[in-house]
Design a binder for this molecule. Sequence first.
Ligand SMILES: [Zn+2]
Length: 120
Amino acid sequence: MGILDDVVINAKSAAEAVGKKAGQLVDVSKLRISVAEINSEISKRYQALGQYVYENARDSLAEDAEAVGKMAEIDELSAQLTALVKELGDKQNKVICPVCGKHCSNTDHFCSVCGAKLGE
Ligand SMILES: [Zn+2]
């Protein structure tokens, strides 16, 4: 084998090594995306489970101080949200239908969507 052959073989090996390295990078990227996707799905399932427990199984956790504390935090945030939504509606001269959630004019007596009586 001549020097030229060695150069060709070395160049071929280098190209294969680069290709292999690139392939590994693609594999690593795909795996990282899969890990992130599955982590995201697990988080969604935890959230759905937490919401289910909050809405349907509160009483069964009455003895669990940590669960009661976390549910109280959600209660507090929900109260803040309700107050903010009402304040926002007031500032926009809107009243929110208590039945369907439609933003109606505060001069309306009944909801234009579901016909519920508006105002307090
Ligand atoms: Zn309505």
